[in-house]
Design a protein around this ligand. Sequence first.
Ligand SMILES: [Zn+2]
Length: 222
Amino acid sequence: MSIVFTGKFWSIQRFVSGYSNNAFLITCARTNNSVVVDTPANPIELIQARKKTNPTFILITHGHQDHIEGLNDVNGDSDSLVGIGQDDRPSLPIPNTFGIDVSTNQNLNIGDISIRAMATPGHTPGSTCYILESTESIAAGEPSHVFTGDTLFPGGPGKSSSHKALKKIFESLETHIFTLPESTVVLPGHGEFTTIAKSNREYAAFTSRPLDPTLSGDVTWA
Ligand SMILES: [Zn+2]
């Protein structure tokens, strides 16, 4: 476990398990209410840490197995509502029992904090990013955070199965992610973190070059 961020309004803990997957536990500083982002396999530390909080939702960035393998373990005795983009919901082990619709950009309230879901199709049809921000935190000079799953990493987008899917990721990023404040911290589903400022610079350099019309797969901005 490592602590990613502790501020006036929320804290974020990171747990690495499964296929080097990141799972995050976000906790409201005042109410101790918490939300989980992604549930990779063997989430032992995540489960322990979550027990010290008041668990609310579990949010899933997309339906690939490595992000949901630990869902039943995490949800075991709590029956939390599980948010996942509608088009990825069939991937859930229990698709119709606990699903809540996060495809419509509504806010989910966890104590004093609110998380905005953004449908960002491309890596999978139901890929969803979760934005943790508040006017109070921005006023207090604290960074916003965005959980991008496999849609955006340091140095490139997530894997695309076709050129059409890659273009879809670009469209999602341009519409919803690259418009966030530049200080926003990007927390992807695997590996280390980046910022919107850095991602914007990398993407600007990428789009200044001609786009190979067959490009897909593991793409980097460089
Ligand atoms: Zn994936």
